[in-house]
Design a binder for this molecule. Sequence first.
Ligand SMILES: Cc1ncc(COP(=O)(O)O)c(C=O)c1O
Length: 476
Amino acid sequence: MEDLIMKAYKPETFRSEAHQLVELLATELEKAHSAPQKKDTINWESPAEQLAYWQNDFNSPLINNPQQLFRSVMSRSVNLHSRGYIGHQTATTLPVTALTSALISFFNNGMAVYEMGMAGNAMEKVVTGYMATKFGFDEEASGIVTSGGTLGNLTALLAARAAMPNVLGKPEYGQLAIMVSEEAHYSIERAVRIMGLPAENIIKVPVNDRFQMRADTLEHYYKEATAKDQKVFCIVGCACSTSIGAYDDLEAIGQFAQKHNIWFHVDGAHGAPVIFSPVYSHLLQGIEKADSVMVDFHKMMMAPSLSTAVLFKSARQAGKTFLQKAEYLWQDQQADEWYNSGKQTFECTKPMTILHTYTIMRLYGDTLYQQHIDKLYGMAGEFAYMVHQHENFELACEPQSNIVCFRLKAGAESNELNRDVLQRLIEDGRFYIVGTTIKQEFYLRITLMNPLTQKDDLEQLLSVIEDLAMSDAVMG
Ligand SMILES: Cc1ncc(COP(=O)(O)O)c(C=O)c1O
């Protein structure tokens, strides 16, 4: 019988397969510099068609070379490097991160203990320390990387709970409450539920007409909670919110949190990287008052998913979050050992995703991020202007970030028409955009994530949408 182990680990095979893949990706990147053609951004197939394809593929004879398989995956996935990719808040990854991904996977250092992540743990400390300084924290600060913002938010809320006198297992535990914008990402509510707190202890603060948390109502909701014997231990500010990209007034929230001695967490998953831009960093005014800030590297910082920084104003406070014994990993749980990162994070084995951001920072410094933010946030403003100029379209509200919600005007038919058009746009495949519901109304939503996208593409998007809306199939 053929020795498959030796075959699979053969360096020549790996070298050749890797070269072929790099060639394939580089060709894709070449195409990404041109205007998108039909099916370039998404080659849509129904779930049933996808399943049938992969079921059939899986049942076929073994393959010798994975290239055809890789091509099949590529043609059946959204192409985030296409100029027509303006959909979700996922990064159009910097090409060099395809290489860092290979290195991370090949070395597979698990990071929980120092030896299994010597470079990774140190790079994580350097980068999170740098980010913390950017947000105005001092040398007391610390940070860790988590696999995603959902886990990042949970981690920050667990830290907020650990910073309080311990009421775990006591009747008072059920009184703990958190204040958050009604526009906050669902991961906040999920985290609170995971912590075993009832839904009514999530105090959803209403937003103003720009979809920002109404800071003028904070005292009112706090008093109301206190009167109900709820103990507010944390308030979360959005920078920015997911659906519409609104930045809360972090200065006002920070002052409120300080006054009542409440943990202040900033969910900056998408929008905190504006810190790199002198033009847009004012949107974060007050962030230095936060006790914790979460920022996704895999959104506006061009890294592959999932890689998130959770930054804490006080390393001492953060260190209390996951206090627990695991003798086979760490001798002394109490000791402050940044290099055994498993002590500070929910995860045990964790990929060295910090290598992506560390590499980007070493290659390009802050300037790349600054240019990226300025370009994408600036283009959102230009797109909003185009929408304003167009008699058939309307905006949900002026964009504050690179997220813009808009729709075709069609009076009472608006929801149905825009839903239909969205599906037809996806089937056309030149553009990938998404939809969202704002105040019970359906809107089209773009997030400018791809720095290769041009103003012309956005003009083209509006005209394709109009054409689709006018075609017989939609108008009946
Ligand atoms: C504001 C905000 N917070 C948290 C998250 C969750 O982040 P992740 O998808 O990295 O888990 C998102 C995702 O879109 C988000 O927009």
